[in-house]
Design a protein around this ligand. Sequence first.
Ligand SMILES: [Zn+2]
Length: 424
Amino acid sequence: MRLRVPRCLIDARLQDLPPADDEGLVTVQLQLEAGVVRRLQAAPAEAGAAAPLAITPPVDAHAHLDKTFSHGDFPNPGGTMAGALAANRLEFAARTAEQVQQRSERALQQAWRHGLRAIRSHIDSGAGPASEASWEVLSDQQRAWGGRVALQLVALVPIHHWLTPEGETLARRVAGSGGLLGGVLGPPFGHGLQDAGAVRALLQLAERLGCGVDLHVDEGDDAPGVGMALMARETLALRPGVPITCSHASSMGLLSAPAGERLAEQCARAGLRVVALPRTNLWLLGRRAEQTPWLRAQAPIRMLQRAGVEVAVAGDNVQDPWYPGGDYDPIDLVRLCFTTSHLNPGQRQGLTPFTTAAARIMDLSWDGVLRPGCPADLLVLAAGSWAEVLARPPARRVMRSGTWLEPLPESPFAGALPRVTCHE
Ligand SMILES: [Zn+2]
């Protein structure tokens, strides 16, 4: 099978490959056997021109499968944070297990067919029957989808909940099932000592139970970087032995360059991982009545990467009160971030947030790098270059364990499916 593959998704130790072109791509020939890659070598020169662009299946490290596709019944026409929270509360009060089943099944089917191989979903876990129902359904989905879309679950509660006896009980259950402890850390912020105490208690609890933490931090456009600074400080002080992830980190992007760089270096020293969520941020933040937004709060992805922080970019909300669009399509997100976040997928730092860095943040067993013995899992695009991917949404084919999935219906916008040259 001849494909054009980003060099950063091929094992750096594999030599005898041609140099990457201007978009970081090399044309290779893959030999597959029994669901794994057997050999990977340079393709004969004459075959290179027509080969389609392929990547390993991307990873979505931040989603909300419990509330997804609820936008129709619980819209947020003003597009504000306050409106989203109010609609989310109404939706949560009415949420049933059947709804979570239907929503999550639709989401996982879309994700699978679009080429995603793993999703980390936060679950509203405050008081009320919807919390219990959501955990039961999504734990079942985790088992049902194992081997197709790896699903990780995070308990999303107000951060002070972890200080209560109910919080401790919830944490034990979550940790016992391999989940993560989550929550929201400003803005707005409580008194500094209150928030610091809650963060410290959460980190100690996670350390004691041996489970990871993934918080929504600084999802706002004021108090720039306050939550990230707090996370870095407390993590450096406690040095927990479990992975700590900060999702959003949006307002950090509003700091001055020197202040942002200092904080990014602190985050790197603390070993914090960051999941940037530009799509929801660009939708909700910086919104002012009757104004075109001029404050564009999103995580300073490149600055964090330069400091040595592992950064993923994820989809976050899909068709819920927080964002009305999206469809679990990682290529759609790559195309968006090309423009909004200047993440050029032709460069290593532009592509790894969707692939290898996201896999490391989720601690997946495969990093998404092609090498002999790795899964024969591929997302093949009807495009020969990243410029073509930017030009129009490309049709795609998805291979898992050496078998092609049923292709998505051809879109009139996407054109024909990619043509893959295979030899028996
Ligand atoms: Zn979220």
